[in-house]
Design a protein around this ligand. Structure first.
Ligand code: F6P
Length: 330
């Protein structure tokens, strides 16, 4: 079947969950691919909340001009509690029907895809997902949209902390987001040459951390930086710093929590191109009768993965990256 002859006429697009740099590039790609295949794209604002409230408008090529380089999401985002209720989903479906939307592109992370799975099990509306989250914690894609930008932002921030840390002979704990994934922490840590990385996938006990820091101090290191993944417990670097400080006082100890800083900013080229490729593939997937799946890129090839598998926790952290971080952080 050719894409243009698909019975789908009006394709809704929305962003949901935590925003991620590159979401706008993905929205743009969805809108322009719809135009290419002579389909109408429809914007749903504020994620599932906007779907329930009927915050739905047709989009044109111009609606997405000048956004590829912008962080955040022009469609806005939300973490919807109401969509978790049957009544919320029923209202959302009615609004989509009255707006004539007959398929959806959902841009977000695991919460977004869990919502989409539930929705498409109850209502007959095809949904394809695009992975948009800084966390890089989805199966079925090498990278999620926003991850590269977040890691670059983290590395640049850590470089700046290094300047002040080495001027004052200080030990810094720098906490980065990632929910329960250590992917941002590990990559940023390698890129910024941190002395140690604390990630949930491979927990390090305080004794071992103190041993690493002592060995650096013996070699007269002028500063030490420890990158800490928030590990589902934002602020945990404060407790770790306190514990370390009780046993090791060679350096004056400070904590910097990067937090939401990692979610903002202009997307990197890698994120813009990833988002553009995935936006095109998502629309083509829908027109080709694919539904209930997330589109990703694995080994540079487009791949569709059922939502259920995509949201299974990423357990295989890149072991090689961990090995590299350990070898280089002497
Ligand atoms: O999933 C993206 C993310 O930024 C996580 O890294 C973080 O744990 C969470 O969202 C924070 O969510 P919120 O902005 O709702 O506090």
């Amino acid at each position: 079947m050719s894409f243009a002859s698909s019975p789908l006429e009006r394709i809704g697009v929305f962003t949901s969950g935590g925003d991620a740099p590159g979401m706008n590039a993905a929205v743009r790609a969805v809108v322009r691919t719809c135009l290419y295949y002579q389909k109408q794209s429809v914007g749903i604002f504020r994620g599932y909340d906007g779907m329930i409230a009927g915050d739905i408008k047709d989009l044109s090529s111009r609606s997405v001009s000048n956004i590829i380089q912008r962080g955040g999401t022009i469609l806005k985002s939300a973490r919807s509690l109401e969509f978790k209720t049957k009544e919320g989903r029923r209202q959302a479906y009615e609004n989509l029907k009255s707006a004539g939307v007959d398929a959806l592109v959902a841009i977000g992370g695991d919460g977004t895809f869990r919502g989409a799975t539930l929705f498409s099990s109850e209502y007959d509306i095809p949904v394809v997902g695009i992975p948009g989250t800084i966390d890089n914690d989805l199966n079925g894609t090498d990278y999620t949209i926003g991850y590269d930008t977040a890691v670059n932002t983290a590395a640049q921030a850590i470089d700046k902390v290094r300047d002040t840390a080495s001027s004052h002979n200080r030990l810094f704990f720098i906490e980065v987001m990632g929910r329960d994934s250590g992917q941002i922490a590990l990559r940023a840590s390698i890129a910024a040459g941190a002395e140690a990385t604390m990630i949930p996938e491979q927990p390090m006990d305080i004794d071992e951390l103190v041993r690493i820091l002592e060995s650096g101090a013996e070699r007269k290191k002028s500063s030490s930086l420890v990158v800490v993944a928030e590990g589902g417990k934002p602020g945990r670097s404060i407790d770790i710093a306190r514990e370390v400080n009780e046993r090791f006082s060679y350096y004056d100890t400070k904590v910097t929590i990067l937090g939401h800083l990692l979610r903002g900013g202009s997307p990197t080229v890698a994120d813009r191109v990833l988002a553009s490729r995935l936006g095109v593939a998502a629309v083509e997937g829908l027109l080709n009768n694919i539904s209930g799946q997330m589109v990703g890129i694995v080994n540079n090839q487009i791949k569709f993965t059922p939502f259920g598998q995509a949201t299974t926790q990423h357990d295989e952290l890149e072991k090689e990256m961990l090995r590299i971080a350990t070898i280089l952080s002497v």
